[in-house]
Design a protein around this ligand. Structure first.
Ligand code: AMP
Length: 349
């Protein structure tokens, strides 16, 4: 999607991926190698004007030496911070962004202390390399703590108080080299087993939208951030509690391809290539549904007015994100009718 956004601007992408059959290979050249392969990274960096990433679990150490060869945007510092849930929370706290009560857990006794201090239920998470609900376990009763500890004890952990959220929302924004900012409206996200199923946008709540934009601006300014950044929140008692950030284009912003004047992909490219940012004005009421595990019938979905179909060309596998569709309608009521129709045609496996 980044490569596709680049073509009309005359920007060409090349990707490093472990697998030659990666979706990006359908639209851009692929360099095959591990994401910490110093030789491959240097090869890519030496022929690129700018390096970026759309996955945050890239070893920061591998990127550091590339700074001599080209620009890296967003910065490796932003990447490193987002890779560790504890550091991320410390940043949010320093910037006055509300977060869940939590404790670092490296030993069994620290886990027991965290359970008694923060109470139940809670979520035990790996500090690093967790995404889409991977590397986490909900602890509802004290008796479940031992099993969660056994699963994850060989890595640094964090225990968080469970957030009784009414919904989950995210905000995406872009910041350019000159400090220009652009925000997309809030999206309301529905997850299952930690994976985004679908989202609707704009999620019309002025108070929350203002707070989310303020928090996003604080993070982007503090990090002297360049590119697209996403912040995910829980809505608890009518207020935002930050969960995590993603220093990249985000699944809850895929709807912006059809739903906004300029998509998150184009704005990411504009930001990292030192171009003016594009308008984030919304063109209607949108919904985005992920295709997980299997592709639904293209023919039947395309029968829904205002629906755009995105097939990433991946091999189906249980739980794998294979594509998505976006629905764009004039008003929210109309969009909701179309969303319900589409959801009936989509199965997640
Ligand atoms: P994460 O990997 O932190 O984004 O977590 C994936 C999903 O798990 C979130 O989108 C929530 O649905 C759920 N989750 C994570 N942390 C918590 C929490 N502290 N309280 C309640 N639900 C959570």
């Amino acid at each position: 999607m980044l490569a596709l956004a680049g073509y009309p601007l005359g920007l060409r992408c090349e990707f490093l991926d472990r697998d030659a059959a990666t979706p990006g290979g359908q639209v851009a050249p692929i360099l095959v190698g591990e994401l910490d392969d110093a030789g491959r990274l240097a090869e890519l960096a030496s022929r690129s004007d700018v390096l970026t990433f759309d996955w945050e679990n890239i070893p920061g150490k591998a990127l550091a030496p590339l700074r001599r060869l080209t620009r890296i945007r967003p910065s490796p510092t932003a990447l490193r911070l987002s890779q560790d849930r504890l550091h991320e929370k410390a940043l949010f706290a320093r910037l006055g962004i509300p977060i869940a009560r939590h404790a670092a857990v490296d030993t069994r006794s620290q886990l027991l202390a965290a359970l008694s201090r923060l109470g139940l239920p809670g979520v035990l998470k790996t500090r690093r390399l967790g995404y889409d609900g991977k590397g986490q376990a909900v602890i509802r009763r004290a008796a479940e703590a031992e099993a969660a500890w056994a699963r994850f004890h060989d890595q640094p952990l964090i225990y968080e108080a469970f957030q009784p959220f009414a919904r989950e929302v995210s905000i995406i924004g872009a910041r350019s080299v000159s400090g220009e900012l652009a925000y997309y409206p809030l999206a309301a996200n529905t997850h299952a087993d930690g994976v985004l199923r679908y989202c609707v946008a704009p999620y019309a709540n002025r108070k929350l939208a203002r707070a989310a934009a303020l928090y996003l601006r604080r993070v982007m300014r503090a990090l002297d951030y360049i590119g697209v950044l996403a912040l995910e929140f829980f809505v608890v008692d009518g207020a935002l509690v930050a969960n995590e950030m993603a220093p990249r284009v985000h699944n809850s912003g895929h709807w912006t391809i059809e739903g906004c004047v300029t998509s998150q992909f184009e704005n990411h490219l504009r930001a990292i290539c030192d171009l003016p940012l594009g308008s984030t004005r919304v063109l209607g009421s949108a919904a985005m549904i992920n295709f997980l595990g299997c592709l639904p019938s293209r023919e039947r979905l395309l029968g829904i007015e205002g629906l755009a179909f995105h097939d990433y060309g991946k091999t189906p596998r249980a739980g794998r994100k294979l594509g998505h569709c976006t629905i764009l309608r004039r008003g929210a009521a109309d969009r909701n009718v179309a969303l319900r129709r589409a959801l009936k045609l989509i199965e997640w496996t």
